[in-house]
Design a protein around this ligand. Structure first.
Ligand SMILES: Cc1cc2nc3c(=O)[nH]c(=O)nc-3n(C[C@H](O)[C@H](O)[C@H](O)COP(=O)(O)O)c2cc1C
Length: 337
C-alpha cells in the first residue's frame, strides 16, 4: 500500500493499472523540469494526476548511461516514463527495464522538434517505424505503451496525415495518444519556439477523438487552468498540462476533489512547504544538493500576495550552507506569508 506524506492512501492499486481519473489531468514530460524532485513536489499537491518523467533516451539507458533518470520515489505512482528512440529492439529493451523499475506506463516521444535527435516529431512522417517500435514495446511489457505526438510536421500537416499516423500506430497496440495540438516545425524554429509557434489547433484533436471513439485521446498545449481543462474534456478523454503546472504547481490542487475521490480540502501551500522541508532534509542527507529541490518551488506561491518575497527568500535558502538553516528560512518565510 502506498501512502503520501499526509498518511493518505494513494488512490491507486498497481495490480489494477492506472486509474482512469489519473489521465483526466496529467503533468507533461519536460526536460530539465519534471525530474523526481519536481514530481515529489507535485505529489504533495495532487495524488491523482498522472506524472511524466523528462524525456529519457532509450539508447542511453540500454548502454547503461543515465540510469539515475530511472530513480523515483514510490509516492510518485502513478508515474510514466517517456522514452525517445527509433529502433524497436532498443525501445523494447528500455521499456522492459522501465517496467522492472516499476513505472506504470511507457510513453514514446514523437513530438520533440530538435534537429539534434533522430527520433521525436520527425517520426510523424514514418508511422510505420513508430508502429514497429510500439509493437516491440507492447510485446515486451504488460504496462500501457502510449505515444505523445504533434498534430503534424511541415511535410505531413493535414488531418488525413494525422489520422493515418494514429490509425497505423493504433494497429500496433497503442490505445492512448497524447496530442500536442501544434505542428512541429523541424527547420528554422528552435525547440523552444516550437512550444509557442505555430498556433494551437485543439479542434484537430477533438476531431481525432470524434472519429476514433475507441481510442483514448488526450490534448495538450496552452492549458492554463483546471477550468480550461474541463472545457477540453467535453471533447477528449483528458488534458496534459506542462508549463502552467511548472510555473504555478498549485493550480493542480483541486484535481483530487474535482476528478479523484478526495472529499477533503487539499493541503495548503504552507503544508506543502513543511513537507518539502522533510523531504529536503532526507535528500540532502543522502547527498542531493538542496538547490536541485528548491529550484522547483519558485512557483508555489505564484499569484499570491508575498510571492516575490517567497522567491527572494527561496534564493536565500538555496545559498544556505546547512539544511537546517535552509529549512528554517523557508519555514519562517512561510509563517509570514
Ligand atoms: C522546458 C520544457 C521541456 C520540455 N521537454 C519535453 C520532453 O522532454 N518531452 C516531451 O514530450 N515534451 C517536452 N516538452 C513539451 C511539453 O511536454 C508540452 O507538450 C508543451 O510544453 C505544450 O504544453 P504546455 O503548453 O501545457 O506547456 C517540454 C516543454 C518545456 C517547456
Amino acid at each position: 500500500m502506498i501512502y503520501n506524506v499526509y498518511g493518505h492512501y494513494l488512490p491507486y492499486n498497481r495490480s489494477t493499472g492506472i486509474p482512469p481519473a489519473a489521465r483526466l489531468v496529467c503533468v507533461a514530460p519536460m526536460l530539465n523540469r519534471t525530474d523526481r524532485h519536481f514530481r515529489y513536489l507535485m505529489r504533495q499537491i495532487t495524488r491523482t494526476a498522472l506524472l511524466y518523467t523528462e524525456l529519457v533516451s532509450a539508447a542511453a539507458i540500454t548502454r547503461g548511461r543515465q540510469t539515475w533518470m530511472l530513480k523515483y520515489h514510490p509516492i510518485e505512482h502513478p508515474v510514466a516514463i517517456q522514452l525517445g528512440g527509433n529502433t524497436p529492439e532498443s525501445l523494447a529493451e528500455c521499456a522492459r527495464i522501465a517496467a522492472d523499475y516499476g513505472f506504470d506506463e511507457v510513453n514514446l516521444n514523437v513530438g520533440c522538434p530538435s534537429p539534434r535527435v533522430t527520433f521525436g516529431a520527425r517520426l510523424m512522417a514514418h508511422p510505420d517505424i513508430v508502429a514497429r517500435c510500439v509493437e516491440a514495446m507492447t510485446k515486451a511489457v504488460a504496462i500501457p505503451v502510449t505515444v505523445k505526438h504533434r498534430i503534424g510536421i511541415e511535410s505531413h500537416c493535414g488531418y488525413r496525415e494525422l489520422q493515418h499516423f494514429v490509425t497505423t500506430v493504433a494497429q500496433s497496440g497503442c490505445k492512448i495518444f497524447i496530442v500536442h495540438a501544434r505542428k512541429a516545425w523541424l527547420n528554422g524554429l528552435s525547440p523552444r519556439r516550437n512550444r509557442s509557434l505555430p498556433p494551437l489547433d485543439h479542434t484537430m484533436v477533438y476531431r481525432l477523438k470524434d472519429e476514433n471513439p475507441h481510442l483514448s485521446i488526450i490534448t495538450n498545449g496552452g492549458i492554463m487552468s483546471l477550468s480550461e481543462g474541463r472545457v477540453h474534456m467535453k471533447y477528449v478523454d483528458g488534458v496534459m498540462i506542462g508549463r502552467a503546472a511548472y510555473k504555478a504547481p498549485y493550480i493542480l490542487a483541486d484535481v483530487d476533489r474535482l476528478f479523484g475521490s478526495e472529499t477533503e480540502s487539499p493541503p495548503s501551500r504552507h503544508q506543502v512547504v513543511v513537507r518539502m522541508c522533510d523531504y529536503l532534509s532526507r535528500e540532502v542527507a543522502a547527498g542531493t544538493p538542496a538547490a536541485r529541490i528548491l529550484r522547483h518551488m519558485h512557483g508555489l506561491f505564484h499569484g499570491q500576495p508575498g510571492a516575490r518575497r517567497w522567491r527572494h527568500n527561496l534564493a536565500k535558502a538555496m545559498s544556505a550552507t546547512e539544511t537546517t538553516a535552509c529549512c528554517k528560512i523557508l519555514q519562517e518565510e512561510v509563517s509570514h506569508l
